[in-house]
Design a protein around this ligand. Structure first.
Ligand code: BDR
Ligand code: CA
Length: 312
């Protein structure tokens, strides 16, 4: 039986690869994509999500537009990483599939109320605004969520948008706090692990060598996406953050981490959005997150490449 998931996303080249990985995997039933403002404004993330569905030949997947700005702050975007469209690299098109009329937050609430309790897994890979808003508005859905596997935060690797904070958590720390304090079982993919999932040249060329439109599109996206981080970190490839969430659902054995307490900094201007992980157990705060620290990078890219090969 396949596992029902909703991907909450701000595509974003790495979001796009996460969506493609889910669409290529029969173990997962994608109930819908909920777009949120993040890497680029909402109109673009909602459009990019539909482009990716069409690329995969899956215009049957419903795409919902959600929150256009964080719960209590102005939006911060990341065009300096993702380009003006959010999906710079390949040639893009105007999607033919429509956006759903319902708001993403209503879709999340209605779906969690309708589906059997404990049957829907949430995979947020952008700022947590849609989830935070849904949980605040309809707390009855919180115990109905099976689990959350999210990309965001950092501890040993510290920040990528500020010295202390990772982008997704920094953009909407109040929403993140609601999610992290929800009591739902959370698996977190922080920069500590995603910075070990590097798109080296041979890995990029393996996507191009698939000889499919998905393979070519993926290689062109990632070629653009990784230029920023390669220059910044001097690494042999850029980190492929968001697909780690979907890979974890498919093969958790590729990953290792610790069940620890993680709190979100919302007060300080200096460290806003920091995910303070009690990795060494130096407090008595109760563990609330499985904080992933390492992965089998070769296994992760082998899985990803094998799955993307199944798409047109
Ligand atoms: C996260 O921020 C975005 O730029 C990426 O899509 C990823 O979700 C990495 O910090
Ligand atoms: Ca993202």
């Amino acid at each position: 039986m396949s596992r029902k998931i909703i991907i909450d996303t701000d595509p974003g080249q790495d979001d796009a690869v996460a969506i493609l990985l889910a669409l290529a995997s029969p173990e997962l039933e994608l109930l819908g994509l909920t777009a949120v403002a993040g890497n680029v404004p909402l109109a673009l993330t909602a459009k990019n999500a539909r482009i990716i569905c069409e690329l995969a030949g899956r215009d049957d997947v419903p795409v919902f537009a959600g929150c256009a700005a964080p719960m209590h702050r102005p939006l911060v975007t990341a065009e300096h990483v993702h380009g003006k469209t959010g999906l710079d690299g390949p040639a893009l098109w105007e999607p033919a599939m429509p956006l759903q009329e319902a708001h993403a937050v209503d879709f999340l609430i209605d779906t969690l109320r309708r589906e059997p309790a404990g049957s829907v897994t949430l995979c947020p890979i952008g700022p947590l605004t849609n989830l935070g808003t849904a949980f605040e508005r309809a707390p009855d859905i919180i115990p109905r969520v099976a689990e959350i596997v999210l990309m965001g935060g950092a501890y040993f690797e510290v920040g990528n948008i500020t010295p202390a904070a990772e982008f997704n958590i920094y953009v909407d720390p109040e929403a993140a706090e609601i999610v992290f304090k929800s009591g739902i079982s959370i698996t977190q993919m922080p920069l500590d692990v995603t910075h070990k999932a590097l798109v080296t040249r041979p890995r990029l060329e393996a996507f191009a060598a698939l000889g499919t439109r998905t393979g070519a599109f993926t290689a062109e996206m990632l070629d653009f996406f990784e230029r920023f981080d390669i220059e910044k970190y001097g690494s042999e490839g850029g980190p492929l953050h968001d697909p780690t969430t979907i890979a974890y659902l498919l093969d958790p054995g590729l990953f290792s981490g610790r069940h620890v307490n993680v709190e979100i900094e919302t007060g300080s201007d200096l460290t806003r959005g920091m995910t303070v992980a009690d990795w060494w157990g130096v407090t008595s705060r109760a563990p609330n997150v499985t904080f992933i620290g390492d992965l089998d990078a070769a296994g992760f890219f082998a899985l990803l490449t094998e799955r993307l090969a199944r798409l047109p």
